[in-house]
Design a protein around this ligand. Structure first.
Ligand SMILES: C[S@@+](CC[C@H](N)C(=O)[O-])C[C@H]1O[C@@H](n2cnc3c(N)ncnc32)[C@H](O)[C@@H]1O
Length: 311
């Protein structure tokens, strides 16, 4: 089954991707419990840490189909999709204009410690989303381009050349090997490619492309990552049919009403041998299920107990 045909199973959200700011993105996808940036983040963190340990330098991550820079926000700062959704759902936040929101968000992100393992560059077809991610201070740079149809301009190619990690969440299907081939051509070095891919999208075309470019691809077995709820019965039925048509059994996984993604990591063979995927990634289930805060007992300088709350 071709990616273009499988895409017909999925609901279309084009309007929220091209707004001047992320408010509609968070309200529409948030209402569908979109959570892939949150469930992917701990895994991305472990992979970037492993790469840093192997190569000795902090990675430059190119987030492919980055939208408003949410992966950069959840990785670099102690924030998640759910908390950001609440921020934008406030009546006061709904009332301000987009420029004011970008200004406030720049201050908001700057007020958090950067706990990330690298810097981020964005690629998205949406020019407003790229502009917002830059203005909010989430990305060091950004490229607005549709590499499915167009070539990379020389100036954009120079901008992404230093990237040594290609990351994507929720974007495979919108982008295909066409985009990745052009990106790989533009990079100075050989990257690691981290892809969270809905199970209904065949990834073999990407694996073949990466093999041609000297990368070995591993899939994290025994773990799937929830992307979001199906929007309605039509999307649910069509998606289950698309899975079954490819011989993939959705029972107990998508049949529960949730789109599920798998993790693929492509790297040079020497890196795979030095640090196999199942040795660098541990999936900790339930991390996001806490309803209440966690309490931890800590001591002050005098050894007296002090109670702190970790949100
Ligand atoms: C579901 S969103 C995922 C955004 C983000 N990665 C996340 O997980 O929150 C899909 C994104 O892919 C982008 N997109 C669609 N077609 C694209 C293309 N040809 N090239 C780059 N980005 C594209 C959309 O504009 C949108 O921002």
């Amino acid at each position: 089954m071709q990616i273009a045909n499988i895409n017909k199973s999925k609901a279309i959200f084009d309007e929220i991707y091209i707004s001047t700011d992320p408010r509609s993105y968070f309200s529409v996808l948030g209402a569908l419990d979109y959570m892939i940036p949150d469930v992917a983040e701990p895994v991305i963190r472990q992979i970037l840490a492993a790469k840093t340990a192997l190569h000795g330098t902090a990675p430059t991550v190119l987030d492919v189909g980055c939208s408003y820079g949410i992966n950069a926000a959840t990785h670099r700062f102690p924030l998640n999709f759910a908390t950001l959704k609440k921020r934008y759902a406030r009546r006061e936040m709904m009332q301000i204009d987009a420029r004011e929101l970008a200004r406030l968000d720049r201050h908001f992100y700057a007020s958090w410690p950067d706990v990330g393992h690298g810097s981020f560059i964005g690629l998205d077809v949406s020019e407003p989303a790229i502009r917002y991610a830059n203005e909010a201070g989430l990305h060091a740079a950004g490229v607005a381009a549709n590499l499915e149809a167009d070539e990379l301009s020389p100036s954009d190619a120079a901008l992404i050349a230093p990237a040594d990690v290609l990351l994507s969440t929720g974007a495979i299907g919108y982008v295909t090997g066409r985009t990745y081939g052009k990106l790989l051509d533009a990079l100075t070095g050989t990257p690691w490619v981290i892809s969270f891919v809905l199970r209904m999208f065949p990834y073999q075309e990407f694996i073949d492309l990466f093999t041609e470019r000297g990368l070995v691809t591993e899939r994290l077995t025994g773990a799937t990552f929830v992307q979001r709820r199906f929007r309605d019965e039509t999307e649910f039925e069509l998606s289950l049919a698309a899975l079954r048509a490819q011989g993939i059994d959705p029972e107990g996984i998508e049949s529960e009403g949730l789109f599920q993604a798998e993790l693929f990591l492509s790297r040079p063979k020497a890196d795979v041998e030095a640090a196999p995927l199942d040795e660098i990634v541990t999936v900790s289930s339930g991390r996001f299920n806490q309803i209440n805060s966690r309490f931890v007992q800590i001591e002050d300088e005098g050894g007296r107990p002090r109670t702190a709350i970790e949100a």
